[in-house]
Design a protein around this ligand. Structure first.
Ligand code: HEM
Length: 231
């Protein structure tokens, strides 16, 4: 059974001439850390990729150091704990899938790194899902116990409850943290995590067009010049 079709929103970063809004990425990452990270991993993202896109080197280093990682085995073969480094990956909330399911009523909170690419509807779907929990299920809807009604989720019964509420986080840039603002920011952040190279790709595309276009114009001019005696 398919879920309700998500509304199509005019995402700025999806436009050909636009890159990611780095202030939005920074806010979205805060939402991931303060809300989603207690259940969802983001296991394709090392701290170093945050540098320059949403944090300074010092901020990313400090964040990495908040977590402990296993060291390389020393001469005796012992593994010790060491503070995180920029090359480490953002840690998962649970040891393994069994622990994740045990904490979530049997349901597995999927890794969010590629979620924007993995789900039909991408950004629109995730935004609709996060903001689409009604106060009450509609009359007549059958919601199995332990599940929550969300019309956008295929089957409409989802193990994840509503997580975003107005004012849940404090944005340091003063942006009001409404439910829809947080949903928009975290979705944009999750689009970045799924394609961190998007900005580079778009910029490169314009260079290719500019240089390619110039070379083509020159070649047309040269050809006309060369063949002009025969005409
Ligand atoms: C599923 C996003 C917070 C628990 C999902 C899915 C997405 C998502 C995109 C996949 C839905 C699908 O399969 O189509 C987020 C975001 C969060 C967040 C962006 C933060 C803003 C949380 C939190 C918890 C949680 C805090 C735990 C308390 C789950 C579970 C599922 C799930 C258990 C599996 C649902 C099912 O298969 O029925 N989430 N989530 N999520 N999430 Fe979250």
């Amino acid at each position: 059974e398919e879920g309700l079709h998500a509304t199509k929103y005019p995402w700025e970063h999806e436009k050909l001439l636009k890159t990611f809004d780095h202030a939005a990425l920074r806010r979205g990452f805060l939402v991931y850390r303060e809300v989603c990270s207690s259940c969802h991993s983001l296991n394709r993202i090392p701290y170093r990729t945050l540098v320059g896109t949403m944090m300074t080197v010092d901020e990313a280093k400090a964040l990495a150091e908040e977590n402990e990682y296993d060291s390389e085995p020393n001469d005796e073969g012992d593994i010790e704990k060491r503070p995180g480094k920029l090359s480490d990956y953002i840690p998962a909330p649970y040891k393994n899938d069994e622990a994740a399911r045990a904490a979530n009523n049997g349901a597995l909170p999927p890794d969010l790194s590629l979620m924007v690419k993995a789900r039909h509807g991408g950004c629109n779907y995730i935004f609709s899902l996060l903001t689409g929990y009604p106060e009450e299920p509609p009359a007549g809807a059958v919601v199995p116990s332990g599940l929550n009604f969300n019309p956008y989720f295929p089957g409409t019964g989802i193990a994840m409850a509503r997580v975003l509420y107005d004012g849940l986080v404090d944005y340091e840039d003063g942006t009001p943290a409404t439910t829809s603002q947080m949903a928009k920011d975290v979705v944009e952040f999750l689009n970045w995590s799924a394609e961190p190279e998007m900005d580079q790709r778009k910029k490169m595309g314009w260079k290719v067009l500019a240089i390619g276009g110039t070379l083509f114009a020159i070649s047309v001019w040269v050809k006309r010049h060369r063949w002009s005696t025969i005409k």
